[in-house]
Structures are given as structure tokens and as C-alpha cells.
Design a protein around this ligand. Structure first.
Ligand code: ITT
Length: 218
């Protein structure tokens, strides 16, 4: 039997790379939004990572007719009361230009905001909320977090987003210096996927035994 198809409901190439690596052994055939070029942009209007992930997964599952996996993630900085949070991708958005901010714009703004914040108060965490939705509207969720410190300056070339300014204390390096192998062991996305895989296994079993395609909702 052909492996079940799962569409990764993201346009972020950094997430696609990491999800592909983390799901390589999961027994699903992965598609991405690049395989569905005519899909419309899905607005992210939720107040929480959970809401946004579920909305993205549901929209893509309904539009493609396949189960879809969405990742809504971001950085929560203690000294900024949890900002940029769900606005992480748009943190440095300039209202006068339609161009979305680059990763460097976003972490550049963050370093500026934290300019006078001492090392001991620069705590932060990455959060990843995953949602797997089926076209009939069932949803499966998992969450992962990764704690660290916002560095004083950017370092490293790998990863994406805020990785160059996210210091992982246990490795004494930024996430962008660690490389994909280590990042994929400790990241918020890796932790969310580890929790998620257990749930995915039961769902795959149900598919094999000719189940309805429904799975646990929460
Ligand atoms: P999709 O909605 O298409 O998935 P996006 O980039 O807009 O792509 P989000 O709305 O979830 O995704 O925003 C997540 C932002 O948080 C992302 O653009 C990065 O700036 C940051 N981010 C998330 N995971 C990260 C990681 O592993 N390393 C560094 N930055 C990360």
C-alpha cells in the first residue's frame, strides 16, 4: 500500500527543511505547498500559536483534500513580556512598505530593543505548536518549547529566523552555530514532533486498517 500523504502547510523553507528531516522515518509521503502553487495565502489572524496552527492546517487540508501539518511558531522574550510571540515573522514589518521583513530585519530589531537589557534578563523561549488536520475537520495537536538567551550579537550561518541571536546555554553557542543535526535534537520543533509522532503512529495504524481517517481531537 502506498504511504499516506501529508501536506506540510507552510511557506517557510526553513521549516520545510526541518520538518522533512524530522519526519524522514515516519512512513508518510510528504508534500509541501510548493506542490499546490494555486493555493491562496492563508491569513494568520489568531491570538495564539494554537489557533494559527489549527487554522492553517484546516484550510490546507480542505483545499488540498489531504491531511495537512501546520507549524505555528515564534520567539517569546521575557523582557518583552512574551513578544514578539505570534508576530515573530512580522516583528520588524514596516507599515510603509509591503515587503515582508527579512530574518535579519527581525532579529536586528530585537537586538535594538534589548540593547540595555543585561545578560541575566535576556531569557527567551522558542515555541512550536503543530496541528495535523484532515479534510473532514479532525485536529491533532502537539507543542514543544526550547529555552535560551538572546545573544548580544548575531553568530552562525545555519538555520533560519532568529537562530543567529538565540543562545543555547547547554552548548554555549547560538542555534545558528549548532547546525541542523543538533538543532533537530533540541529545538521546539523537534520536541513538538517527538510528541506528535506517537499520535501520528496511531493515526497511521488506523489508516492501514481501513479506519475512517478520523483521529483524536483535542
Ligand atoms: P508559515 O506561516 O508559512 O509556516 P512563517 O514564517 O510565516 O511561515 P510563522 O507565522 O509560524 O511562520 O512565524 C514563525 C517565525 O518565528 C519565523 O518566521 C521565524 O522568524 C521564527 N521562528 C520559528 N521557528 C524558528 C526557528 O526554529 N528558528 C528561528 N526562528 C524561528
Amino acid at each position: 500500500m502506498a504511504p499516506p500523504v501529508l501536506v506540510m502547510a507552510t511557506r517557510n523553507p526553513g521549516k520545510v527543511r526541518e520538518l522533512q528531516a524530522l519526519l524522514a522515518d515516519s512512513g508518510v509521503s510528504l508534500l509541501s505547498l510548493a506542490d499546490f502553487p494555486l493555493l491562496p495565502e492563508i491569513p494568520e489572524e489568531g491570538a495564539t500559536f494554537e489557533e494559527n496552527a489549527a487554522a492553517k492546517a484546516l484550510a490546507v487540508a480542505r483545499l488540498t483534500g489531504h491531511p495537512a501539518l501546520a507549524d505555528d511558531s515564534g520567539l517569546m522574550v521575557d523582557a518583552l513580556n512574551g513578544a514578539p510571540g505570534v508576530f515573530s515573522a512580522r516583528y520588524a514589518q514596516d507599515r510603509t512598505t509591503p515587503r515582508p521583513p527579512t530574518d535579519a530585519d527581525n532579529w536586528g530589531k530585537l537586538l535594538d530593543e534589548l540593547q540595555n537589557v543585561p545578560w541575566g534578563e535576556r531569557g527567551a523561549r522558542f515555541v512550536c505548536e503543530l496541528a495535523l488536520a484532515t479534510p473532514d475537520g479532525s485536529i491533532l495537536r502537539a507543542r514543544g518549547e526550547c529555552a535560551g538567551v538572546i545573544a548580544l550579537q548575531p553568530r552562525g550561518e545555519t538555520g533560519f529566523g532568529y537562530d543567529p541571536v538565540f543562545w543555547a546555554p547547554e552548548y554555549q553557542a547560538t542555534m545558528a552555530e549548532l547546525g541542523p543535526e543538533i538543532k533537530n535534537q533540541i529545538s521546539h520543533r523537534a520536541k513538538a514532533l517527538a510528541a506528535f509522532k506517537t499520535l501520528l503512529r496511531s493515526w497511521l495504524k488506523e489508516q492501514e486498517t481501513g479506519g475512517s481517517g478520523n483521529f483524536m481531537t483535542n
